[in-house]
Design a binder for this molecule. Structure first.
Ligand SMILES: Cc1cc2nc3c(=O)[nH]c(=O)nc-3n(C[C@H](O)[C@H](O)[C@H](O)COP(=O)(O)O)c2cc1C
Length: 135
């Protein structure tokens, strides 16, 4: 199993309804392919965590890359994992203002270095705590 974290730029025309549509289709599709994760959006950015079997996650990521509702995706972290952080969410959604992207920006600033596994896991656990109810 792997966990993949990426950041992308939302299309400038994207509406709140479109983000909700993305979440709805993600939940439907991901439950079928045993992918879990979260989608954080705000300040013109998306950040998504996808976790699950390696081939499923990579196939899904490649599909998502083609979606015109965002662009410029950059993988921040990809690692083999034993456990899921978002096991209860086929795709949790978090609306985040630009300031709340601070943690992610920190991770991005270090993208050329090895991201400390604990920093990453802690940041993800904070996100998991902010998801109020399982989807
Ligand atoms: C930022 C972003 C994240 C997405 N995340 C997922 C996802 O986790 N799972 C998924 O199936 N589709 C996701 N999508 C949508 C896919 O790009 C694609 O539209 C969808 O899988 C097609 O679903 P359909 O075949 O049911 O129409 C995402 C799109 C964007 C822009």
């Amino acid at each position: 199993m792997i966990r993949l974290l990426y950041l992308s730029h939302a299309a400038s025309t994207i509406s709140e309804e479109q983000v909700q549509e993305i979440l709805l289709s993600s939940r439907r599709n991901n439950s079928a392919s045993s992918i879990t994760g979260i989608l954080v959006h705000g300040g013109g950015l998306f950040m998504q965590v996808l976790e699950g079997p390696e081939s499923d996650v990579l196939r899904k990521y490649v599909k998502i890359l083609d979606d015109p509702r965002h662009s410029g995706a950059q993988i921040l972290c990809i690692s083999p994992v034993k456990n899921r952080i978002f096991e209860k969410w086929s795709m949790g959604g978090i609306a985040s203002d630009p300031l709340q992207f601070q943690h992610i920006a920190t991770l991005r600033a270090r993208r050329l270095e090895v991201i400390d596994e604990n920093t990453f896991t802690e940041t993800m656990r904070e996100f998991a705590q902010r998801l109020r109810s399982p989807q």
